[in-house]
Design a protein around this ligand. Structure first.
Ligand code: HEC
Length: 221
């Protein structure tokens, strides 16, 4: 009687143990899937990947606007726009002159709307900034901009600003169109501040910074 009770107890414990191990394995397997931890709705995406996706979209829109809108105000279907084929100019004072925004202004207009979501922020930054608001800010940006401009590679890491932890990444902003280079090289503020800096096609002109709020700083940051 006592022996059979023990046997039953053992069988039950074994079953429970097997179940517990199975649950553990499933949890570990799921969390490995997306490079992050599992949630009730599925695997999470690593912040690095999220930043990469956001950047790809931003860079594509920025290049498309410069190549296919701004460039066309100067050259339309191969014809120089001397007689004002489009009768429009991409200019800093676009609101006063019935023009269209500069690529940097277009980028900021989008960033202001996107920031209303409260999910993440992005902005332009450069060591050769024309707009004072686009000078590198804080420890992370200041060091990351220099590294990015030197290597031509993105720089990623964590930073804490005002008690909030962020995953931050900075990606090179390249001179992808002739208009980028000519406009910056001849801008009065650029000429005054950085007379020796002459941009060429393909150069790193600055960077796109993306800040994604995260729950906490990683232990090793
Ligand atoms: C027609 C002129 C013009 C063109 C074309 C232009 N920019 Fe700019 N860019 C400016 C001005 C002016 C600013 C600063 C004004 C602002 O952001 O409000 C600026 C800002 C920037 C900034 C932020 C740092 C700063 O200088 O304040 C970067 C980086 C930049 N431009 C890179 C580029 C790239 C890359 C292209 C081509 C894809 C480009 N620009 C095309 C005039 C131009």
């Amino acid at each position: 009687m006592f022996k059979s009770w023990i046997r039953r107890f053992r069988a039950k414990t074994l079953a429970l143990l097997t179940l517990a191990i199975a649950i553990c394995f499933t949890a570990v397997a799921c969390s490995g899937g997306g490079g992050g931890t599992a949630t009730a709705t599925g695997p999470m995406i690593a912040p690095e990947l999220v930043a990469d996706y956001i950047h790809t979209t931003l860079a594509a829109d920025r290049t498309a606007y410069t190549r296919h809108v701004v460039n066309r105000t100067k050259t339309l279907e191969g014809k120089p726009n001397e007689e004002g084929v489009l009768g429009i100019e991409s200019t800093e004072g676009w609101q006063q002159t019935d023009g269209i925004p500069l690529p940097a202004q277009m980028f900021r207009l989008g960033s202001e709307i996107a920031s209303e979501s409260g999910d993440f922020t992005y902005s332009l930054v450069s060591s050769w900034n024309i707009n004072d608001n686009q000078a590198p800010k804080g420890e992370f940006e200041t060091a990351a901009v220099v590294e990015m401009e030197e290597t031509g590679e993105s720089v990623k890491g964590y930073q804490e600003v005002g008690g909030q932890a962020y995953y931050s990444a900075i990606y090179p902003d390249l001179a992808v169109a002739e208009a980028c280079v000519t406009c910056h090289n001849t801008h009065p503020i650029h000429l005054e501040r950085y007379p020796d800096k002459v941009f060429e096609m393909g150069d790193v002109m600055g960077g796109v910074v993306i800040n994604i709020p995260v729950d906490s700083m990683p232990a090793d940051a």
